[in-house]
Ligand binder design. Structure first.
Ligand SMILES: [Zn+2]
Length: 99
């Protein structure tokens, strides 16, 4: 471990906004994540375009996190509402279908 890195030597990098995965709580760049959206009509879906309007939550682009999402019913917590298992099933299916 190098503890003596000086701040002045660090190159100036543009700040990359990080998002926290709702499943594993890791911070990652948006491009490595998927967006889950709850729109005004209350529909919850995976937003592959990243452009859907509504409340959004982020999750890693990994099967592990997608599975965890369903197992722990994480969308319920994130959007504080009851989410039908069919919604989770659809998200899982949609995710796996894209791979
Ligand atoms: Zn994750």
């Amino acid at each position: 471990m190098t503890e003596n890195r000086t701040r002045s030597k660090m190159p100036k990098v543009k700040k990359i906004p990080l998002r926290q995965c709702i499943a594993c709580r890791e911070l990652k760049q948006k491009k490595d994540m998927l967006r889950i959206v709850k729109n005004a009509e209350g529909a919850i879906f995976l937003d592959f375009s990243g452009k859907a309007s509504g409340r959004g939550a982020y999750i890693c682009d990994s099967q592990e996190c997608i599975k965890k999402l369903r197992k722990q019913r994480l969308i319920n917590k994130v959007f504080s509402c009851e989410v039908d298992d069919a919604v989770y099933a659809a998200i899982e299916e949609e995710y796996l279908g894209k791979k």
